[in-house]
Design a protein around this ligand. Structure first.
Ligand SMILES: NC(=O)c1ccc[n+]([C@@H]2O[C@H](COP(=O)([O-])OP(=O)(O)OC[C@H]3O[C@@H](n4cnc5c(N)ncnc54)[C@H](OP(=O)(O)O)[C@@H]3O)[C@@H](O)[C@H]2O)c1
Length: 353
């Protein structure tokens, strides 16, 4: 089978290398997925740029070795089934959950964190992938493989934030930042839940695209650096009830300033994103945290059970994932270059087969 490996990433360069590997054979509890499509996210770009060997060894942030196949997104069909597997069949159209051990219930860092694809295990920039059968969810019939490949992290993360963690209620105001993967799904899901959405972007044309995707108000954060005040102004001084902070530390303070009483801030942004400041951020106080009784919640993607709920909901609403461009497997490096220009809105997909 054909695949790409990470390579050494000296100096933070992307050093993907095409390789030929033997066809995969599933072990106990595993299947082989024929990968039809994968996609790019900020996490993948960060992994592809983190040099190996690492400058310092941190047990849970040790970058993956040069032979690792990158990318966490997947959509494919089952082409081989190992012993002990009964919950899926040959030919099923499936997606692998981000953390194969996180099936349901509470998250446990010690047993679940070191199991993710494209990092701890080989990912999906390959024609085949070995996947634990328990991690698989079925692709809704109305979605193509390309569309389905956008869902597992970029879609599930805002779904979990808006439903499981923030319990967003009809009529509440949701604030989401930028026109990236997580943000665009955040807009679409928040509208599905009956919320009012305020979004931001650095570019007027992208602002128009976010309005077309369902946002009620979009603020150009480059032209309006005090966008937190603008959020207050367009909510009659009240602020946002739920915030998807998918940029992270650089925007945390302003997110808190834009909050309503009893707001819930979903602290999603972890890795650097294109266009965001890389200057280390020091926050001397967390505004509104106590005075407005605001909750900040951090979490990583979601369980298989949450993923299944998300897929049922989008099937019912016929949610259409926002794909900016589809690249071929041979053009994977071109896809990454385009991603890093910051021109995209929503997802970049790589079609494998
Ligand atoms: N916790 C989790 O489970 C989880 C899951 C998925 C992703 N993440 C994290 O979430 C973050 C976003 O990931 P992604 O894949 O959605 O990224 P992405 O698609 O690469 O997002 C890029 C976009 O971020 C926007 N942006 C940059 N700086 C901004 C700022 N100061 N204010 C507002 N928007 C800004 C830009 O939008 P404009 O071009 O419109 O300005 C840019 O196009 C990353 O840190 C990633 O690691 C976490």
């Amino acid at each position: 089978m054909r695949a790409y490996e990470l390579g050494n990433r000296q100096g933070g360069a992307i050093t993907l290398r095409p390789v030929e590997r033997a066809d995969l054979v599933p072990g106990h509890g595993q299947v082989v997925m024929k990968v039809h499509a994968t996609g790019l996210g900020a996490r993948d770009i960060s992994i592809m740029r983190t040099p190996y060997p690492p400058a310092e060894v941190k047990p849970w942030q040790n970058p993956p070795p040069p032979e690792r196949i990158p990318l966490q997104d997947s959509a494919g069909e089952i082409m081989a089934i190992g012993p002990g597997v009964s919950r899926v069949r040959m030919g099923d159209r499936v997606i692998a959950s981000h953390y194969p051990e996180f099936i349901d219930g509470a998250w446990d860092f010690d047993t679940m964190a070191l199991t993710d694809f494209g990092d701890c295990f080989d990912g999906f920039l390959a024609e085949q992938a070995l996947v634990p059968a328990d991690s698989l969810v079925r692709i809704p019939d109305y979605l193509s493989y390309e569309q389905a490949s956008t869902l597992q992290s970029s879609g599930l993360t805002p779904w979990r934030g808006l439903t499981v963690e923030a319990n967003t209620r009809v009529g509440e105001t949701v604030l989401t930042l930028g026109s990236g993967n997580v943000s665009v799904f955040g807009i679409q899901i928040a509208k599905m839940l009956g919320a009012r959405v305020i979004a931001t972007s650095s570019d007027d044309d992208k602002c128009r695209q976010l309005l077309a995707l369902g946002a009620d108000t979009v603020i150009n954060y480059r032209r309006t650096p005090d966008w937190d005040r603008e959020v207050l102004a367009c909510t009659n001084g009240k602020g946002a009830d739920v915030v998807l902070n998918n940029i992270g530390m650089p925007t945390l303070e302003k997110c808190l300033l834009a909050c309503a009483s009893n707001a819930r801030v979903m602290h999603i942004g972890a890795r650097p994103v294109v266009g965001a400041s890389t200057t280390p951020v020091t926050i001397s106080s967390l505004p509104n945290l106590i005075s407005k009784s605001v909750m900040i919640k951090g979490f990583s993607v979601g369980s298989r059970r949450m993923f299944e709920d998300f897929l049922r909901a989008i099937e019912l609403h016929r949610l259409q994932p926002c794909i900016d461009r589809v690249f071929s497997f041979d053009d994977a490096l071109e896809a990454i270059r385009y991603y890093e220009t910051g021109a995209k809105v929503g997802k970049i997909v790589i079609k494998i087969i």
